[in-house]
Design a protein around this ligand. Structure first.
Ligand code: DSN
Length: 420
């Protein structure tokens, strides 16, 4: 049962209530390896589902365009202060609706349409909003893209430097959505300084690891830090922009009134709750455990002959190239989902297949670590992934059903916040 329970919704809209209940049970019953997902605490859920959703608060603390902000201001102030303390930044804006709007605000603040911007190419592990062609950021700006080395799968910092020197971008993004290795923030900062670009660290995937001391921080290297709040940071769906004092006013003006109207106050409160949780010693242990689980899972997958981009991982994320297994990422992901192992198909660097039918799958350990799975479980998971990928290629439904039953039995022993 959903927790907090949904008695009113069950009466008012039984169709939606039963779908929400079924989704809660589905989330509880699967091994969630989607690298960008997690399970928030019941406290975060309660803040997200609160009456704060009723309130408009355009503007910033002490400078709003609507009355009745007596309690919204202290809520937003708590979120801002907690973000500043947790990440050690001079400025935090907790109003962006999500990661893509947050990144758009960065462009609005520091570039003009047609200016040159630079980011990691999407098929190499970047994000759409780092200037990919189908995104507004690739259409409204002159986007140049760096990649990873063919021999190592790691970001090619020589290429980043050469490209930056040749193209003189106004804004350089580092970070992305499928980078299994530590991001070298000092090296990016040196390049950005040399060409006088604003360096933006998009830490959406690794924010929780940084908060928990399991990944180096971009603070002191990147002028601007963009993050979602719902991945390893384990908060509600939302985003934050952080910066040094110099870049603060431009960012604030870009978020509101530049791009957005009223902030989502229920999300702001839930972000504040998540930031408080992330500042505890147990969250530090969690962040270390996420990385330990990813390393153990990567090792177990390599032992079973899987080809990992970069050969392993330093963070929560593993990218598998299935080319040597003679199966595409999509059929593999669908078979794994049928077996109760949820992940996404993903392009790998230099992929010869199409984006909607790529060669890889992407896995992450943030959610399973929240459930309480440890390094001891990782060889078991790798074995199930191996069995199902083989079964998918051989049309072997019996194996998929057998793994589904084993998954159900395993996850039954690990409680999920939000499900009683
Ligand atoms: N959808 C996010 C991810 O899965 O990485 C990025 O926006």
């Amino acid at each position: 049962m959903h927790n907090p329970p949904l008695p009113e919704l069950t009466v008012a809209d039984p169709e939606i209530a039963s779908l929400v209940e079924a989704e809660a049970a589905r989330q509880h019953g699967s091994i969630r390896l989607i690298a960008s997902e997690n399970y928030v605490s019941t406290a975060v859920l309660e803040a997200s589902g609160s009456v704060l959703t009723n309130k408009y608060s355009e503007g910033y603390i002490g400078r709003r365009y609507y009355e009745g902000q007596q309690l919204i201001d202290p809520i937003e102030a708590l979120a801002v202060d907690r973000a500043k303390a947790l990440f050690g930044v001079e400025h935090a804006n907790v109003q962006p609706y999500s990661g893509s709007p947050a990144n758009l605000a960065v462009y609005l603040a520091f570039a003009q349409p047609g200016d040159t911007i630079m980011g990691l190419a999407l098929p190499m592990g970047g994000h759409l909003t780092h200037g990919w062609s189908v995104s507004a950021t690739g259409r409204w700006f002159r986007s140049v893209r760096y990649g990873v080395r063919a021999d190592t799968g790691r970001i090619d910092l020589d290429e980043v430097r050469d490209l930056a020197r040749a193209e003189r971008p106004k804004v350089i993004f580092c970070g992305g959505t499928a980078i299994p290795r530590t991001i070298d923030f000092p090296a990016f900062a040196e390049i950005a300084r040399e060409v006088d670009a604003v360096l933006v660290a998009d830490i959406a995937h690794i924010a929780g690891l940084i908060a928990g001391g399991a990944h180096p921080s971009p603070v002191g290297h990147a002028s601007v830090i963009s993050t979602t709040t719902h991945k390893t940071l384990r908060g509600p769906r939302g985003a934050m922009l952080m910066s040094d004092a110099e870049h603060a006013a431009a960012l604030d003006k870009a978020v509101f009134p530049g791009l957005q109207g009223g902030p989502h106050n229920h999300t702001t409160a839930a972000i504040a709750v998540a930031l408080r949780e992330a500042s505890t010693p147990s969250f530090r242990e969690y962040a270390q455990a996420v990385v330990a689980n990813a390393r153990a899972l990567a090792e177990a997958l390599v032992e079973r002959g899987f080809d990992l981009v970069t050969g392993g991982t330093d963070n929560h994320l593993i990218l598998i190239d299935l080319t040597s297994k003679n199966i595409g990422g999509k059929p593999a992901a669908k078979a794994l989902d049928a077996a109760g192992i949820e992940l996404n198909y993903n392009a790998v660097p230099f992929d010869k297949r199409k984006p909607f039918d790529p060669s890889g799958i992407r896995l992450g350990t943030a959610a399973i670590t929240t459930r309480g799975l440890t390094t001891a479980h990782m060889p078991l998971l790798a074995g199930w992934i191996d069995d199902v990928v083989k079964a998918a290629g051989a049309d072997d439904t019996a194996t998929i059903e057998r793994v589904r039953a084993q998954v159900t039995e395993l996850v039954g022993g690990f409680p999920m916040p939000g499900f009683a």
